[in-house]
Design a protein around this ligand. Structure first.
Ligand SMILES: Cc1cc2nc3c(=O)[nH]c(=O)nc-3n(C[C@H](O)[C@H](O)[C@H](O)COP(=O)(O)OP(=O)(O)OC[C@H]3O[C@@H](n4cnc5c(N)ncnc54)[C@H](O)[C@@H]3O)c2cc1C
Length: 426
């Protein structure tokens, strides 16, 4: 009986495992290997003693335009574990000028909102938005900054925060094509596609734990703490053995490997693979507030911040968590310095929201630095993303493979499904 090995149980590996488990039933064996002590990879929840509550490793935003995410939730019967925020109101604060506004896109596809000063970014004109067509027709080698007027108010208050948030790279280095793809799939499709969703209780609760339970119910127990050290291939490129610390697993002629490890690990395991290189950090600061802000009824809120280090503020009950993407410089600072610096900005934002907070008194806090949060999403790296088929019985998955999307949960899930499909059809 053929054996399908899946190595790496982030969302890409989990998606591949779920598809395999559903389809091979009794005709083949599926074996799951994960280097860490848990599944979820870069998308996970853990108990933080300093805050005395569970937190996610970082704020993760899911959009209505993420069909693979909703298919994943539906398969597991847990769609209700995400909460959708208002699709027509995106509040922003410019902490440099203490200006607040709410972007109010239309429910339909025609972007009438850009013609209404009360619904668009202050101090911008409809023409500024229309000039973004250059982004939509960008060549493969173009960066975001090369397509837009970087001196404009709209760039500073909308395009730059979006580019950094979506690409985890500065506008000067981020791929214009990748950003354009997201704009087409969100703003290009109207309100429901732009709707932001947040995991109600946490990422693991919504996306990871139900997948692990579903696999367990089918008799698939992952081997945790199993770090793959070496992949042995024969002259034709076929994988013949997997070397873990202390254990070698030989692959028979019909066996297949889906390798769903991050890009830099995969590059080490497969010398000679042409793949993206370099990463960017994301820093998250989680603050446990004395009391929960009066946010909308579901207790969840999302706020865009400009003119500050802090970029996106998520509020879940009494935890305010702020994200800094492309945060390599911040990640190099000591955690207590980062905590104080970002708290001053969060306190200012909360005060502007009508929830006065003392900038001088640091609440209980946890800084999470994900130094390799995503691959560096430059045009050059975007062109080097390999497809699923890696030759012979080897298939690649992960948010960094050629999904056409930025490195996201959606991309990771789609890549896992493609790898499973390819492995099954070989
Ligand atoms: C702070 C942060 C914020 C983010 N925000 C968003 C967001 O708002 N929206 C969004 O859509 N995406 C966001 N992302 C990106 C998203 O988390 C990733 O795209 C997604 O989780 C990647 O999944 P993956 O399975 O491709 O990779 P990973 O999650 O990295 O999974 C790879 C797995 O392989 C395992 N592994 C590594 N080496 C080995 C080895 N040698 N042997 C065995 N196993 C190994 C790892 O332990 C891991 O479990 C964010 C990421 C971070 C870090």
């Amino acid at each position: 009986m053929a054996i399908y090995h899946v190595v790496g149980l982030g969302l890409a590996g989990l998606a591949a495992a779920l598809d395999l488990a559903d389809r091979v039933r009794g005709t083949a064996e599926v074996r799951l290997w994960e280097g860490a002590g848990h599944a979820g990879g870069r998308c996970r929840t853990f108990f933080e003693p300093a805050l005395d509550c569970e937190i996610d490793n970082g704020n993760h935003l899911i959009l209505g335009a993420n069909p693979a995410v909703f298919a994943h939730l539906d398969r597991l019967g847990v769609r209700d574990r995400l909460t959708g925020l208002d699709e027509t109101a995106f509040p922003f604060l410019d902490l440099g000028s203490n200006t607040a506004w709410t972007l109010r896109p239309d429910r339909g596809r025609i972007p009438l909102w850009i013609f209404d000063p009360a619904r668009r970014v202050p101090d911008t004109s409809a023409g500024d938005y229309l000039a973004a067509w250059r982004l939509l027709v960008a060549g493969r080698g173009a960066t975001v900054a090369q397509c837009l007027d970087t001196t404009s108010v709209l760039f500073r208050r909308l395009w730059e925060p979006l580019a950094v948030g979506v690409l985890n790279a500065s506008a000067e280095e981020g791929s214009a094509r990748l950003l354009a793809r997201v704009l087409m799939e969100t703003f290009g499709r109207g309100g429901a596609a732009c709707r932001p969703y947040i995991a109600t209780r946490g990422l693991s609760d919504a996306l990871v734990d139900p997948a692990v339970s579903h696999l367990a119910a089918q008799g698939l127990a992952p081997a945790f703490g199993a770090r793959l050290k070496e992949i042995v291939r024969d002259a034709s490129g076929r994988v013949t053995a997997l070397r873990f610390a202390g254990e070698t697993i030989n692959l028979g002629p019909d066996d297949r490997l889906i390798l769903a490890t991050p890009h830099e690990v995969t590059r080490d395991l497969l010398p000679g693979l042409d793949a993206p290189s370099g990463s960017r950090a994301i820093v998250n600061a989680h603050y446990r507030l004395a009391k929960a802000p009066r946010t909308p009824p579901h207790g969840l809120a999302l706020l865009g911040l400009v003119g500050s280090h802090a970029q996106w503020l998520f509020i879940r009950g009494d935890v305010a968590a702020v994200t800094v993407s492309a945060g390599d410089a911040l990640a190099a600072l000591p955690a207590d310095e980062v905590a104080r610096l970002l708290w001053r900005e969060v306190a200012q934002a909360l005060s502007l929201m009508g929830e006065p907070a003392d900038a001088a008194t640091l609440p209980r806090c946890r800084i999470v630095k994900e130094k390799r949060a995503t691959f560096l999403q430059t045009p050059e790296n975007a062109a080097r993303r390999p497809g699923t088929q890696a030759g012979g019985n080897l298939f690649l998955a992960g948010d960094w493979t050629a999904t056409g999307l930025p490195a996201t949960i959606e991309g990771a899930l789609r890549s896992g499904a493609s790898a499973a499909r390819a492995a099954l059809s070989r």
